[in-house]
Ligand binder design. Structure first.
Ligand code: CDP
Length: 205
């Protein structure tokens, strides 16, 4: 059975953690679509042309260890504004979504543009301060040094760029269920997401 879960939201809202847990719970494949933009951003920082790089992107590029740095995150959000970059990445994402057995995709435009017919849609948010605090901790755990203030500024700059762009801006789909994770534990946020997806799964059976 094809079953597609779309999970969107602003930077560092917890989409990755929730998506991985939902995928595991329902036995679905998971694609972090931010990695596609990060992989393009990383190659552009190394001197590549954004559109050419996006058109030639190879799935192995997503395994590169350097994709989680703040510099690559900024570069990702800069290339993500270019509509030819976005269209070069559409087929890969839709192909992944349609795989037998179903899939969870997380990003910014999954419920609105990539998979508007997804079976379940979630929009994960949290206050900018919470998101920056979580990202700051994640970066520290990876040994990447950055002050809380720089991480907060990075998250807010990306949110503004992602929300204001003309093509596929960051916005909740009208039929997405919103979950604000600011005051939720990881387990509570996952439980809410699983409950929403479970309800959609029952409707489909
Ligand atoms: O992990 P985090 O939420 O910080 O970011 P990400 O999901 O890895 O995405 C990095 C950047 O890629 C975002 O700031 C967006 O500009 C872009 N992106 C996008 O435009 N569309 C997507 N579906 C996913 C990411």
């Amino acid at each position: 059975m094809s079953f597609i879960v779309a999970i969107d939201g602003p930077a560092a809202a917890g989409k990755g953690t929730i998506s991985r847990a939902v995928a595991e719970h329902f036995g679905l494949a998971h694609l972090d679509t931010g990695l596609l933009y990060r992989a393009v951003g990383a190659r552009v920082l190394a001197g590549g042309d954004p559109v050419a790089v996006a058109r030639a992107l190879d799935p192995v590029d997503l395994e590169n260890d350097n994709l989680r740095t703040p510099a690559v995150a900024q570069a990702a959000s800069e290339v993500a504004v270019i509509s030819d970059v976005r269209s070069a990445l559409v087929d890969f994402q839709r192909g992944f979504a349609r795989r037998a057995g179903g899939a969870v995709l997380d990003g910014r435009d999954i419920g609105t543009v990539i998979c508007p017919d997804a079976d379940a849609k979630l929009f994960i948010t949290a206050s900018p301060e919470c998101r920056a605090a979580r990202r700051h901790k994640e970066l520290a755990e990876k040994g990447i040094e950055a002050t809380f203030e720089t991480v907060l500024a990075d998250v807010m700059a990306r949110d503004t760029r992602d929300s204001d762009r003309a093509t596929a801006p960051l916005v909740a789909a009208a039929d997405a269920v919103q979950i604000d994770t600011s005051d939720l534990s990881v387990d509570a946020a996952i439980a809410r997401a699983v409950a929403v997806v479970e309800a959609a799964h029952r409707r489909k059976r």
